[in-house]
Design a protein around this ligand. Structure first.
Ligand code: ATP
Ligand code: MG
Length: 370
């Protein structure tokens, strides 16, 4: 650098420093103005949503909505409570932001403690989910080397109580990923009007918590085919679904984030959900066969004080049971032993429990179908 260059730079620096001082003074002037405004009575509004171009829709009285230009200083989100200037309606501050806390507290889980050893008889499903979810998370380089796109996620499909949620938790454990659990029906029922924002927030949360698995249970509640007989044409569901698709597409290439969804109504799902880059693999679950039932029985009785229990026999007698049914059976047998103040749980307790559960199932069915 020549001496004249140095002088030029020095000059520039001095002028920038001056400008900086000037801006600081202006800023503090503005802050004073804002503080003064804040001392006067203000309006309270709630942000309905933020448009793509940054403009903000705010309602400040029932049925009274306004649209505000983008604001560089304050970044409101849908659902925020804000104060508004009484004349210009400019947003002055964010009073509260509620959903964020919801998402953070109830759906984020450090790696769950379920392992593959806790799952009986789902070897093929476990192998499939490991290939689809675990491999890209733990060894992204394998895909890079081959020049292929890793899968983005899996849909677990099958009847209730067959281990779908269990398997999703186990995969989060084996990949050491955080587990973000969303329930489709909550999105449209519990968070009325906020479903699409919840979806957005959940993906943001995942990005802040890589590696993470986003698990959407009962995905059929939002990703429902428009032609299906259960579709009610709900605008809110529609909007939540659109948001989900756009988030999935936006995150498809993000390393360390995987999507897993579960449903027991694959028949009503909108096929858009299964496109590449979304839930691109379907893993099907079914009721356990005899051998699987025997294994599930073993798993759930691991810590029990058993005496003379014939697993083979019980597995035979539990035809048509799901994993959840078998768990209920084991618990029921335990309760029977407890009631009799006995030290061991025996075949006799299991047989009695079995009769009870089968009776109960029948009465439920009679109730539903009569
Ligand atoms: N294959 C299995 N091995 C061991 N336990 C199982 C198995 N399947 C189900 N269970 C037991 O049943 C319970 C419920 O299973 P899970 O929640 O995984 O079912 P699901 O397939 O997600 O059902 P739903 O469609 O109703 O959500 C589990 O917590 C577990 O105790
Ligand atoms: Mg489940």
């Amino acid at each position: 650098m020549t001496e004249s260059d140095a002088r030029k730079l020095q000059k520039k620096l001095t002028s920038l420093e001056k400008e900086n001082e000037q801006l600081k003074r202006e800023l503090s002037g503005f802050k004073d103005i804002i503080d003064n405004i804040k001392k006067k009575p203000l309006l309270i509004g709630s942000v309905e949503r933020v448009l793509e171009d940054g403009r903000v829709i705010v309602s400040h009285a029932p049925g009274n909505r306004i649209i505000l230009p983008p604001n560089d200083l304050i970044e409101p989100q849908g659902g925020d409570q804000v104060t508004l200037h009484p004349q210009s309606y400019q947003i002055l501050e964010i009073l509260s932001r509620k959903i964020r806390g919801h998402v953070a507290s109830m759906e984020l889980m450090e790696s769950p403690d379920v392992t593959f050893e806790d799952i009986g008889g789902l070897d093929a499903q476990i192998q499939a989910i490991r290939e689809v979810v675990e491999l890209p998370m733990l060894h992204p380089e394998l895909f890079e080397k081959l020049g292929i796109d890793p899968p983005s996620g899996a849909l677990l499909s099958g009847p209730p109580g067959t281990g779908k949620t269990l398997t999703a938790k186990a995969i989060a454990n084996s990949t050491n990923a955080r587990f973000i659990h969303l329930v489709g029906s909550d999105l449209v029922q519990k968070f009325i009007g906020e479903g699409s924002r919840m979806v957005r927030e959940v993906f943001t949360l995942a990005k802040e918590n890589i590696p993470a698995i986003i698990f959407i249970d009962e995905i059929d509640a939002i990703a429902i085919k428009r032609t299906s007989e259960v579709y009610k044409g709900d605008r809110e569901v529609q909007r939540t679904f659109m948001q989900l698709l756009s988030e999935l597409d936006g995150f498809a290439d993000t390393q360390g984030i995987m999507f897993v969804a579960a449903t027991n109504r694959e028949d009503v799902l909108d096929p858009a959900i299964l496109r590449p880059g979304r839930f691109d693999r379907v893993i099907r679950f079914d009721l356990p066969d005899e051998e699987a039932r025997r294994m599930i029985l073993k798993i759930h009785t691991r810590k029990m004080n058993l005496k003379g229990v014939n697993f083979q026999d019980l597995a035979k007698k539990t035809e048509g049971f799901s994993g959840a049914h078998i768990k209920a059976l084991v618990t029921e047998a335990g309760i029977k032993a407890l009631r009799g103040r006995e030290e061991n749980i025996t075949q006799h307790h299991f047989n009695n429990a079995l009769t009870d559960i089968i009776d109960k199932e029948h009465s439920v069915k009679d109730y539903i179908y009569s």
